[in-house]
Design a protein around this ligand. Structure first.
Ligand code: SER
Length: 328
């Protein structure tokens, strides 16, 4: 019998994906049934007032267990992680949060006989030896960042818990995620979000990767759809578990600038690559996601032009209301 998702815990719920995922899950499963958690950043009013919220530290198993027991949690969306750029500045912290956090979530899932856990991976799992164009599902995984190392180890760990202990674990390799609600927290793909904010705020942007840098990206509505569709997929049909490639968009930083200029013709961008260029150069330009399409029906909906229009509309409205960067 397929067990149903009832009581959900989201870790990293104050982060870029977690904040919108929590709201989407509350919409689908009932606000009281979706517990948002974060480590230290204050949640937005919307997140706090729409359902339960707790401060927990995923590296401390006991703090996780208190919330799991209190809310009879059967499903965890484990979004708490240190991203690539911050991870390069503090590799030990990145290892501790990403690996011990993941291990704690997996152990909790086993100990509490959970219905399922969703633990994302990333395009950071790939490295310079990986084929860059239409990167295959099964390929060389030799990342050069600590974030990537934790993502490869995390994928292997999750798949081990599936085969060894029968825990229902699922995960996808997120590309760069673009959204207008919460800013990303220190990744290499952050330029693709910052550029929209600066276009609206200042009319110019200094981009930290070269104009010809192409990386896989995805708009938040597609990211939410991918995450929730995978969570709801029939486990018996899954051949892969924790490492699904999911593609959506692939464009260069220059393409992004041009798409913004169609709406804001005076917008200008300069390109001043920093250490994050070195990371971007080891990641794919585009993704072959046929396994996700075949096994759970993945199908992205947004293209670059529609995303740019939507991002600029949302951010321009907020800017006019004097709250471009949110309520704070
Ligand atoms: N957006 C992430 C990063 O840049 C990739 O998963 O670190």
């Amino acid at each position: 019998m397929v067990k149903k998702i009832k009581n959900i815990l989201v870790t990293g719920a104050v982060g870029q994906i977690g904040s919108e995922l929590t709201m989407a899950l509350r919409e689908r499963y009932g606000a009281e049934n979706v517990v948002a958690t974060g480590r230290s950043t204050e949640p937005s009013r919307m997140l706090r007032e729409s359902g339960p919220f707790y401060f927990i530290d995923v590296t401390e198993r006991a703090s996780l267990d208190v919330v799991i027991k209190k809310h009879h949690i059967d499903t965890i969306f484990h979004m708490a992680a240190i991203l690539s750029a911050v991870g390069e500045k503090n590799p030990q912290l990145c290892w501790n949060v990403n690996m011990n956090g993941t291990l704690n979530v997996l152990h909790a899932a086993m100990d509490f006989d959970m219905t399922r856990v969703i633990i994302p991976s990333s395009i950071a799992a790939f490295g310079p030896e990986t084929p860059r164009i239409m990167t295959p599902q099964e390929t060389i995984l030799k990342p050069r960042t600590m974030y990537g190392v934790t993502k490869v180890a995390g994928e292997l760990l999750c798949d081990y818990y599936v085969s060894r202990f029968g825990v229902d674990v699922r995960g996808l390799r997120y590309p760069g995620i673009i959204s207008a609600e919460t800013l990303p927290g220190g990744g290499t793909t952050d330029y693709a979000v910052e550029i929209y904010y600066k276009a609206v705020e200042k009319g110019s942007y200094t981009c930290f990767v070269r104009e010809d840098t192409s990386l896989p990206m995805m708009y938040m509505p597609d990211c939410l759809k991918a995450t929730m569709d995978l969570a709801e997929a029939d486990f018996s049909k899954l051949v892969h578990h924790s490492d699904f490639n999911v593609g959506a968009l692939s464009f260069t930083a220059g393409d992004l600038t041009k798409s913004i200029q169609k709406h804001l013709p005076d917008f200008t961008a300069r390109y001043e690559p920093d250490f994050r260029q070195g990371i971007a150069d080891t990641w794919p330009a585009s993704i072959d996601d046929s396994a996700a399409r075949e096994e759970w029906g993945w199908q992205p909906e947004w293209d670059l032009e529609e995303m740019t229009k939507d991002m600029l509309e949302k951010l321009s409205t907020r800017h006019k209301e004097g709250r471009l960067y949110g309520e704070q």
